[in-house]
Design a protein around this ligand. Structure first.
Ligand code: ZN
Length: 146
């Protein structure tokens, strides 16, 4: 069995109004808000709400031409994707490609903090958009966990 996938990193919820969403998720549901970030490479504002070893991310697009903005226009607010933490994203993607899985990103994309990520098309994942996620922290913990 492949143990490359290690945990649920985050669940992303697409919203049109981040402040209104925080009134529910933070103030009413009671999740802790760690931070709100402008993510320039994704043209979005993201609220990070840690939950155990995972997070809920509330994603509000800041432009109309992003994938999340187009998805919101079609579906309205809702669960957008599930991010699975992997130890080796390149190996995970090779495994998927060799099983004819449709990937949205053929190569890993890189965030400014060094996180590598790539999306699996919902057509190949029973209707769910899945993000593979290799964080710099997981690199450190893999190296430090010998
Ligand atoms: Zn994500």
């Amino acid at each position: 069995m492949d143990n490359n996938a290690t945990s649920l990193n985050h669940i992303a919820i697409a919203v049109t109004d981040l402040d209104a969403a925080l009134v529910f998720y933070r103030d009413v549901l009671g999740l802790r808000l760690d931070r709100v970030e402008e993510v320039k490479e994704e043209k979005s504002r993201v609220a990070f709400l840690p939950l155990g070893n995972s997070e809920i991310e509330l994603v509000q697009p800041t432009a109309d031409d992003t994938g999340v903005a187009k998805w919101l226009a079609r579906h309205g607010p809702g669960m957008h994707h599930v991010a699975i933490q992997v130890k080796d994203i390149v190996a995970a993607m090779e495994r998927l490609k060799s099983n004819q899985v449709e990937l949205i990103n053929l190569e890993p994309r890189r965030k400014s903090d060094g996180t590598l990520y790539a999306f699996i098309h919902p057509r190949s994942a029973f209707g769910v958009l899945i993000e593979l996620y290799q964080s710099p922290i997981s690199n450190l913990s893999v190296q430090g966990g010998l």
